[in-house]
Design a protein around this ligand. Sequence first.
Ligand code: HEC
Ligand code: HEC
Ligand code: HEC
Ligand code: HEC
Ligand code: HEC
Ligand code: HEC
Ligand code: HEC
Ligand code: HEC
Ligand code: HEC
Ligand code: HEC
Length: 313
Amino acid sequence: MSQLRVVFAFATAAFAYTLAVTTTAAPGGQVRLAAGQAGAVQTLSGYVGSDTCLGCHDDKQGMAGTIHGKAAHPRSPEAAQGCETCHGPGQPHAESGDPDLIRSFTAIPAREASATCTSCHNRGVHSQWSGSMHDTRNLSCVTCHSVHSPQSETAQLKTSSEIETCAQCHKAQVLKVQRVAHMPVREGKMTCTSCHNPHGSTNIRLLKVGNWVNESCVSCHTEKRGPFLWEHAAGRESCISCHDPHGSSNDRMLIAKLPMLCQRCHIGTRHPSTIYDNLAVQNGSNRIIGRGCVNCHAQIHGSNHPSGSTFLR
Ligand code: HEC
Ligand code: HEC
Ligand code: HEC
Ligand code: HEC
Ligand code: HEC
Ligand code: HEC
Ligand code: HEC
Ligand code: HEC
Ligand code: HEC
Ligand code: HEC
């Protein structure tokens, strides 16, 4: 089948259709309309075909090397209207060279740019885009992606690495992964998108998995999933009551040093200072040093031992 197809599900369709009916003299390409009854071959005005575009924009030949330029891929733009799948029918522009007569992704509103892409990318990881935090903050697909001049090896990003993409706007989180205690993000074993889906999610904070922070954490740290016979209320509430997911200067990415971490919630009087007083350590301070609390309360994430109610075993 060499005929081109107009898939009317495209957001571009309305635009395409308007031009098709309003432009009269139209020696455009032969186009098979796939909407409604199949088989009606019409002369669809407004489209000139990629070869004509490339006649003036030969620097855009590069697209042929990307998935969008693969005619053999049935769902690619090339298998539809080529350049005009995304840029809309270009006849008026091609005849005049007037940049105002063609859809320019730098000129149209973010929502409209994204709608062009989501006409195809609307399933799986992209199904939650509409109304997501990035969508509502006026980012669009082309804020992070460049389809003509991608800099990354995968996913056609505008920057050479994913973390650089995120760093443009989220410096604080990116800097935290440089701290001593961090998950292996800067080592390249994980990325921001190991946990987040920048395209939207059903969880808070664009978290990829689950409906709750903990579901995200235990998707990798399965041994912390529980349920435990004795649960630590702090952990049941959220792992981030104690850990900073991006990194920290404290051991194990804790949000405060031990024992201060524990003493944010547990009053330090009497316990365990009594123990230390008995051992005649220094002056009876109720702040014990170092890893004190978890030396004894080793099962801090929860215990399945019958007498583990205080997480000692
Ligand atoms: C007769 C030559 C010619 C043809 C054919 C042509 N263009 Fe252009 N195009 C231009 C010129 C001139 C400009 C303005 C200068 C520039 O940005 O390079 C332009 C600009 C553009 C822009 C940028 C608009 C902007 O606001 O910056 C896009 C996108 C574009 N063309 C796409 C296309 C597409 C898609 C086709 C095929 C349907 C096409 N062009 C066919 C000459 C042409
Ligand atoms: C006509 C349909 C169509 C349109 C419109 C479209 N894409 Fe795609 N895109 C595809 C197909 C097909 C693939 C191959 C992957 C797949 O099968 O989902 C793809 C792949 C990609 C990839 C992955 C590339 C890689 O090398 O891994 C990115 C990123 C992408 N598209 C971004 C965009 C952006 C941004 C837009 C809007 C400017 C857009 N696409 C518009 C069909 C489309
Ligand atoms: C905030 C930056 C950002 C925005 C905005 C964004 N993306 Fe992405 N996209 C990424 C990153 C990073 C990756 C690679 C990691 C991944 O796959 O999650 C990616 C991967 C992709 C891929 C290839 C991976 C796959 O499995 O499908 C496609 C296709 C894609 N994006 C399309 C889109 C479309 C369409 C939009 C707009 C609805 C969009 N992106 C908006 C950052 C972004
Ligand atoms: C998958 C959708 C898509 C297809 C197909 C597509 N473009 Fe683009 N085009 C874009 C986006 C998005 C931009 C904004 C810059 C970018 O993402 O690289 C753009 C930008 C442009 C520009 C503006 C100038 C510039 O360098 O940024 C020109 C000219 C252009 N495209 C021409 C073409 C031509 C010619 C073809 C066919 C060979 C084509 N485009 C196919 C999406 C597309
Ligand atoms: C162009 C700027 C920009 C880029 C690039 C960007 N973001 Fe965002 N992101 C925002 C804005 C704006 C918000 C809204 C909250 C805010 O102001 O911090 C946001 C919010 C978020 C949130 C919090 C969502 C919530 O529900 O509170 C996460 C998580 C996030 N981004 C992850 C990422 C990741 C991962 C990347 C890289 C793939 C990325 N962002 C790239 C602008 C950006
Ligand atoms: C191990 C999982 C994980 C990784 C990896 C990760 N994040 Fe997060 N991120 C989270 C969690 C969990 C939250 C929610 C924290 C909260 O609600 O306080 C979050 C929150 C955010 C927020 C919202 C603001 C905030 O701090 O609460 C932004 C923005 C963000 N992350 C960006 C990034 C960027 C950029 C990267 C890569 C450098 C990244 N994240 C890597 C799990 C992760
Ligand atoms: C995508 C998988 C993944 C997710 C999701 C994830 N982690 Fe991790 N985490 C890792 C890996 C890998 C390591 C490094 C393990 C190692 O070095 O043995 C790690 C290490 C840790 C460490 C030890 C750090 C150190 O300094 O030793 C803590 C604490 C931690 N994660 C907490 C969390 C919390 C809290 C969450 C949820 C916000 C979370 N993780 C989500 C993969 C993940
Ligand atoms: C009450 C505070 C607290 C909460 C809540 C908490 N942790 Fe921890 N976590 C710690 C402490 C303290 C350590 C260090 C233990 C040590 O050094 O012996 C630690 C260590 C870790 C480690 C690294 C060592 C190990 O045991 O594997 C991982 C991974 C971890 N936590 C994941 C999680 C996850 C996932 C959650 C949520 C389900 C969570 N933590 C909730 C306090 C907490
Ligand atoms: C975010 C607040 C918070 C933090 C931080 C926290 N806890 Fe807890 N912890 C609680 C709550 C709430 C309970 C349940 C108290 C109850 O049921 O009376 C609890 C229960 C306990 C219990 C069992 C108490 C009992 O009476 O059975 C022990 C032991 C304990 N925590 C130790 C620690 C240690 C050690 C740390 C530091 C590693 C710590 N906690 C950090 C909130 C916290
Ligand atoms: C030398 C071992 C040891 C150290 C160190 C220790 N604990 Fe305990 N903790 C115990 C024992 C033993 C109990 C009593 C268990 C019982 O009665 O079943 C206990 C009980 C508790 C309880 C529940 C009863 C109560 O008093 O409310 C909490 C909460 C608690 N510890 C928190 C902490 C915190 C916070 C730290 C660090 C500042 C800490 N523990 C350090 C051994 C220790």
